[in-house]
Design a protein around this ligand. Structure first.
Ligand code: H79
Length: 599
């Protein structure tokens, strides 16, 4: 039988000198190469090297909504070449999609003179939209640079009639306007001598010469433009050493810059979903969902059909709310025209979102993810003093049913923005419900084009701690549990070896309606050649397990429930042996976890 080891003993054993680590789930830095933060032991630890502080990460997460700008030479082409539409792939990639000869594409630089590019107006638009940060394409795959770089004259200052540093001007405008500023940086370069043009998925290997070029540019970007709140690495298929090189270059100059997961090989400070994708599993680490106005393009496309403005506003409010309710950050793109002007339709979408956000801001910024697996009426977030319910779909009985909240004390509920009309929260078994018809300001009819009435928010003021009884798995009649992976919450590692690499599983988590205090636990797994080590966590207590590999069943483990730490459910988790770094996958394929009570 495996020995029982407490998390506290592990933490103290590893780093005896750190006094802050007495909590059983918290890890100290695990090696001499320090990381800026450590996370609870049942979560992946950041890879080594300096990085953003816990405070920076929290502030980044609290911003929730930002602007992406795709702007470059491709904006002049606008999805057209030689008078014809180029419709295979994104318009910012027209160089490769055309395909266009390098000398012909380069000639666009002589036309680059975006006289209508107005950084202060863009900042004002972002603020009107409720956005808290802006990220612009300093360099996209075409290799053209919006900033002055000593590495090549192929940049807005030295290679165009515009002669101005767009990155600098936007950085300054963000500073004036109080927005955080970040840069997008593609590590591939179709224009680089000897570089590849398009290969499948833009998963280009990075030559060591390209790596050196990128590092030199990163030093410029992190050195010359003030604080960079995030750097949005994108694409390519760097080696782990190259990802580390890029990340370490950034953090050596600005440890507080949040690095996107698309630096790959798990070196990011936040995970990035696929283009226009959202996760379908629970997330516990910082993450962001990147979105374009239309999935077909990020760069300006002159012939894009832009219809149904109210629908586009509603779509983006819904995406924002869904992402924020999952604890993420939503970054929505605009693709200005070649002259630098913002497409009116895109400005109107942002203004529409801003109108909605003005009345709903309390329920978005600075909130935490919803503590429920799913809600039939929509989404939720948790603020310091309230639970916020976003009503995407009016339930037929006009009541909002929220599971597992019977032990939370609430003040009277009201519609956000209309606190004068209230309704008491009803207790309903383990659940609570709110009768919307008792609210004077409830929109009874379909919101239609009226954004003010779209996705209304109900506030449940908290009068004490939020206590959520999770959805629990019941024991069979004999008190045993037979836990399947399909019943578990899955936690995934994103942004491994490039865009096409699938996310890997690092944690399974079950909530059990356990009646006994002590159980024998056995893990069943698909036999494999190698030995493996995993940790079982019971109510926050770590139990290491050594798996022979060949057996398919673990030694049995005596475990004990901790109802003080987890009053409702017994929380069972499986992770790689702690501490484990970002990117570490569970070393075995789990078939089931069996628990039987010990009388
Ligand atoms: O800058 C934007 C894209 O140009 C860049 N990422 C965003 C933020 C990007 N470069 N390469 N890729 C994304 C690879 C993505 C490929 C795919 Fe697709 C996206 C495959 C399916 C969706 C492109 C669009 C190919 C088919 C449709």
């Amino acid at each position: 039988m495996a020995t029982r080891v407490t998390g506290k003993r592990i933490a103290l054993g590893l780093i005896a000198s750190i006094a802050c680590c007495a909590h059983s789930l918290y890890a100290a830095p695990t090696s001499s190469a320090t990381t800026a933060i450590s996370r609870p032991f049942d979560q992946p630890q950041p890879l080594s090297g300096p990085g953003p502080s816990a405070q920076t990460i929290k502030a980044w997460q609290d911003r929730k909504f930002g602007m992406f700008i795709h702007f470059g030479l491709y904006s002049i082409a606008g999805g057209m070449w030689n008078g014809k539409r180029v419709d295979n792939g994104y318009s910012e990639q027209i160089f490769a999609n055309g395909p266009i000869l390098a000398k012909d594409y380069e000639a666009l630089a002589k036309q680059f003179d975006p006289e209508k590019f107005d950084p202060d107006a863009i900042v004002a638009l972002a603020k009107a939209a409720g956005m808290k940060f802006i990220v612009i394409t300093a360099k996209h795959h075409d290799g053209f640079n919006l900033f002055q770089t000593a590495q090549t004259s192929y940049n807005a200052v030295d290679g165009t009639p515009y002669h101005r540093d767009i990155v600098k001007e936007l950085a300054d405008a963000c500073a004036r306007g109080g927005l955080k500023f970040g840069v997008y940086y593609s590590t591939i370069d179709w224009h680089h001598p000897g570089g590849n043009t398009y290969i499948e998925g833009n998963s280009n290997p990075i030559t060591s010469e390209q790596e050196a070029f990128n590092v030199a540019q990163l030093k410029e970007l992190l050195g010359h433009y003030g604080p960079i709140s995030e750097i949005w690495f994108d694409m390519g298929k760097p080696t782990p050493a190259q990802s580390a090189d890029f990340a370490h270059t950034v953090h050596a100059l600005q440890p507080q810059t949040m690095i996107s997961g698309r630096v790959w090989n798990y070196y990011g400070d936040f995970a990035v979903m696929g283009d226009n994708a959202e996760p379908d599993v629970a997330m516990e680490l910082p993450w962001q969902a990147p979105a374009s106005m239309f999935p077909e393009t990020w760069g300006y496309r002159s012939w894009q059909e832009r219809k149904d403005l109210p629908g586009k506003i509603r779509e983006n409010i819904t995406r924002l709310v869904r992402v924020v309710s999952g604890g993420g950050n939503y970054i929505l793109n605009i693709g200005p025209k070649g002259d630098g002007s913002v497409v009116p339709y895109e400005a109107q979408v942002l203004q529409g979102i801003g109108t909605w956000l003005k009345q709903s801001s309390e329920a978005i910024y600075g909130t935490r993810k919803q503590p429920f697996a799913a809600l039939d009426f929509g989404y939720a977030t948790v603020g310091p003093h309230a639970l916020y319910l976003f009503v995407a779909k009016l339930p037929p009985d006009h009541q909002l049913h929220v599971p597992g909240l019977a032990d939370t004390a609430f003040g009277p509920a009201y519609r956000l923005g209309a606190p004068e009309s209230t309704v008491d929260v009803q207790r309903d078994g383990h659940d609570v419900s709110i009768a919307l018809d008792h609210l004077a300001h409830w929109p009874t009819a379909d919101a239609g084009g009226n954004i003010d009435n779209f996705m209304p928010v109900v506030v449940l003021p908290l009068k004490g701690p939020l206590r959520v009884r999770p959805q629990m798995i019941a024991a069979s009649a004999d008190g045993n549990f037979h836990l399947q992976p399909s019943q578990a919450e899955h936690y995934l590692n994103y942004n491994g070896e490039g865009y096409e690499a699938p996310a890997t599983l690092y944690k399974l988590s079950w909530q059990l309606d356990a009646k006994a205090a002590d159980y024998m636990l056995t893990l069943h797994y698909t036999p494999a050649a190698a030995e493996a080590k995993v940790d079982v966590w019971i109510d926050g207590q770590r139990y290491p397990l050594r798996l022979s590999g060949t057996d398919g069943a673990s030694p049995s483990l005596r475990i004990r429930r901790n109802p003080v730490a987890h009053p409702y459910a017994m929380h069972v988790e499986l992770t790689p042996s702690a501490p484990f770094e970002q990117g570490t996958a569970l070393p075995v394929t789990v078939q089931s976890v069996e628990l039987s009570p010990i009388p």
